[in-house]
Write a protein that binds this ligand. Structure first.
Ligand code: AMP
Length: 357
């Protein structure tokens, strides 16, 4: 695909959760149709997209029909089975490209990539056996965190090792999966940069947001983040470096730890990101439109921040607060219409614009 997509073109989205839902809404505002591929039935994105392929990721026939029905494919999660991507990619462009997925699907590959770029990460070592873990602890020290290399999200697949006696339980928690030991980063706070790169190579980053996690799940993002001017510039330059190194097209989330010695990259997500939801009320062009613009081959929009915003996730029983939030004139509600409330499930979010004076 070299020419920009025009009105009526169809954007395929792998994954039908809330990110797919908000991407669909943004695409529709720009005159595109969307087609969601998602094995689950009554999913958040299916309510707002034009077409829904309800099929498994190993259903080759469905994947083929999906790819033939769309002009470009993007995705809302990074753990897409490789075989499904191989097939789709043989029929239609996939944006962001394969390299970003390959790197972000594996925490070890990701850390190697970031270190090779000259960026600082937590000290790390690959761990499969008890002997590996012992050697990794001897090299890195404690406290440390053992994480599965693949398929971890929202703090899942992680075990903290505070003292040597915790090691065997932490390894058992990995249930035989390949893991990575990370030294514990003594950070003062966490921030993230949502960056975008267009097909023609332009890069634009949103102002960094400050993130608070609870139980491994993002609770709030606040903009502006507490960062010095130098740190803010550094954060944006780091994101730009990563985007350019990958020849990336689309929006990416880059999570950073703030330490007295500088910024440490925690992880990258090759997609729109929960910590970028504040842009819906804080910018002329939000992260979802920015991503659709990029994958459609359009120029990037103006992501400059014009308001201070606090984004709060509505998780599980937080849904009970919705009637009260609906009364607050400074609160913009975004609900994902998930059929069932479950503990730890992201049900929606609220953006509160902080009025100046
Ligand atoms: P992750 O899934 O890797 O983003 O980890 C979830 C959360 O755990 C992060 O947002 C941090 O709050 C914490 N965390 C992860 N890795 C480290 C680390 N190496 N040092 C300190 N805290 C960490």
């Amino acid at each position: 695909m070299t020419d920009p997509l025009t009105t009526g073109a169809t954007i395929g989205i792998l994954g039908g959760g809330q990110l797919g839902r908000m991407l669909s809404v943004a695409a529709s505002r720009l005159g595109f149709k969307t087609c969601v591929f998602e094995p689950g039935g009554d999913c958040p994105a299916s309510h707002v997209s034009n077409f829904h392929f309800k099929a498994a990721y190993n259903d080759e026939e469905a994947l083929r029909r999906f790819a033939e029905a769309v002009d470009v494919v993007t995705y809302e999660f990074e753990n897409i089975p490789t075989a499904a991507l191989d097939l789709i990619e043989s029929l239609v462009p996939v944006r962001p490209g394969r390299e970003a997925l390959r790197i972000s699907q594996d925490r070890l590959t990701e850390k190697d990539f970031l270190s090779d770029l000259g960026l600082t990460t937590a000290p790390y070592a690959a761990v499969t056996t008890a002997e590996d873990l012992e050697a990794a602890i001897a090299k890195i020290g404690l406290p440390a965190i053992l994480k599965t290399r693949r398929f971890g999200y929202d703090g899942k697949g992680q075990a903290r090792i505070m003292q040597a006696g915790d090691a065997s339980q932490a390894l058992a928690d990995m249930t035989g999966q390949e893991a990575i030991l990370e030294g514990f980063v003594a950070f003062s706070h966490e921030v993230s940069v949502i960056g975008a790169r267009s097909a023609s190579g332009d890069v634009a980053c949103f102002d960094p947001g400050e993130n608070v996690h609870e139980g491994g799940i993002l609770r709030t993002t606040t903009v502006p983040a507490r960062l010095s001017t130098a740190q803010r510039t550094d954060a944006v330059l780091m994101a730009g470096k990563i985007l350019n190194a990958l020849n990336y097209v689309g929006v990416m989330g880059v999570e950073l730890f703030v330490t007295p010695q500088g910024l440490v990259v925690n992880e990258i997500a090759p997609r729109v990101h929960n910590s970028g939801h504040w842009t819906q009320q804080g910018c002329t062009v939000d992260q979802f439109e920015q991503h659709i613009r990029a994958v459609a081959g359009w120029p990037l929009g103006d992501g400059g921040r014009y308001a201070d915003v606090v984004m709060e996730n509505l998780i599980g029983e937080d849904m009970d607060k919705v009637p009260d939030i609906a009364q607050d004139r400074d609160a913009a509600l975004h609900l994902y219409s998930k059929a069932e409330v479950k503990p730890g499930r992201k049900m929606g979010h609220v953006n509160r614009v902080i009025r100046q004076g």
